[in-house]
Ligand binder design. Structure first.
Ligand SMILES: [Zn+2]
Length: 148
């Protein structure tokens, strides 16, 4: 949006004196666009590096361990919420290729894998045991005031 707003402003100012200035403006516009594309590229690379670093070090016994655990928790939460969305949409993911398929579909529409029948909510729970449906009730009352 901001880009096109600026582009519109540029067009207005150019209409006063056309000519070399128009070339300058279009040059600037192109440069800005190129910069934006490079910045998007860098953002992707940073995200990739960050994830690769996380994957490489998540099991290490280092001081960042806690940070990684937080990331793992966030990933688990995202996974849970995605499963909630799928449940609300009466859909699920193919265990073979991950494609979203109907809850009632017998075969994956993408890879053709046999999907079988969903049994209860077993898919949403881990084998970690215990009732973790209410994870709000932690047994250790930490003094994490940063969350309050
Ligand atoms: Zn599939």
């Amino acid at each position: 949006m901001g880009f096109f707003d600026k582009l519109g402003d540029s067009i207005v100012s150019v209409s006063k004196d056309v000519g070399q200035k128009a070339k300058d403006v279009s040059g600037i516009t192109k440069l800005k666009l190129d910069i934006r594309m490079k910045q998007d590229y860098l953002k992707e690379q940073y995200a990739y590096l960050g994830k690769a670093y996380y994957e490489a070090h998540k099991n290490e016994d280092v001081s960042e361990k806690q940070r990684f655990e937080k990331i793992s928790e966030a990933l688990d939460e995202i996974n849970r919420m995605e499963l909630q969305i799928l449940e609300l949409k009466k859909a699920r993911k193919c265990p073979n290729c991950g494609t979203e398929v109907s809850d009632t579909a017998e075969f994956c529409s993408n890879c053709g894998a046999k999907l079988g029948v969903v049994v209860g909510e077993a898919k949403a729970q881990d084998s970690s045991g215990g009732e973790d449906s209410e994870s709000m009730e932690d047994e250790q009352p930490e003094e994490n005031s940063e969350y309050l």
